[in-house]
Design a binder for this molecule. Sequence first.
Ligand code: PDD
Length: 282
Amino acid sequence: MSVAFINGEFVPVEQKVLPIDERGHQFGDGVYEVIRVYAGSPFMLREHLQRLARSAAAIQLQLNYSPDELEQYIGKGLEQANESEAEVYIQVTRGITPRQHLFPNASASTTMTIRPARNVPQAYWENGVSVALMDDERWANCFIKSLNLLPNVLAKQTAANAGHYEAVFVQNGYITEGSSSNVFVVKAGKLLTPRNSKKILSGITRAALLELALELGIPAEEADISVEDLKAADELFITSTTMEVMPVHTIDQQPVNDGKPGPITRQLQQAYQQLYRKMIVG
Ligand code: PDD
C-alpha cells in the first residue's frame, strides 16, 4: 500500500493534509528526490540524500531533518507500506507561511510518499522507446532538483501526445538531457554523455553507469553531443532512477542505427540490474 509523511507524522496517502500556505504549491519553492526501493532496500540512498542536501544548499534552504533522520523515516515508512518494490518521493519546501515572495521566517517542510513502484512495461526495456527532440526552454540552474518542473511536464506531454516516451532537450544544437532522464550515446564502441554542468541534473543512475563502464572496460567520456551526433549514434539510451537503462530505438521517427537496442546498451542494462541485486544481497 501507499503511505505519506508530513513533518514527522505518517498519514494515509489519501488524507488531505497540505495547508494552503505551503510554499511548495504556491511557489514551487523547494527541492525533491525520487528513490527506488528494490527488495525492501532503498537503492543508492546516501547519494540521493547527498544530492537533496546539495539542491537545498543551492536554493539557500535549510533542511529540517538530517540525512540520518530522513533515512530512519524512510525505513519506518517502508515498514508501514509493506512494499518491497517501491518508490520514495521526498519533497522539502521553504515552509508553511502566509504567501510572500521573500524567504519566510519558518522552518522547512518535509513531505514524503512511499508507493508501490510504477510498472515499466518489460517490452520497453527489451525493445526500446522513442523520443522527441525539443527546445530546452528551462532555466539556467537545472543541476538543482527543483520542484519547478513545468517545462519538463509540458515537454513530456507534447512528446507523449505525438506517441513518444520521452522528450530530449536541445540547447543551441546540443543535447542537454531528457525531461526526466539523462542521455547516453554509443559511437564506435565509446560511451558518451553530456558533461555535468548547470544545464543538467547530475543523475545518480548516470554516475552509477559511468562507474560501471569503467569497471567493464567500456571507454566512456563526458562530451558535447550535437543533434547530428545523436542521430548518427550507434546506440542511444536514457537513464533515471525509475527508467534504469532504457534503450531508445527512434528519434523523431528516425531509427537509431537498425532500430534495435545495441550490445553496449544491453551490457550496461544487465550490469545495472546486477548492481542493485548485489547491493540488496549486501
Ligand atoms: N527524475 N534529469 C532530470 C531532469 C530528471 O528529472 C531525472 C530524474 C534525471 C535522472 O536522475 P536520477 O538518475 O538521479 O533519477 C535526470 C526523477 C526520477 C523524477 O523526476 O521522477
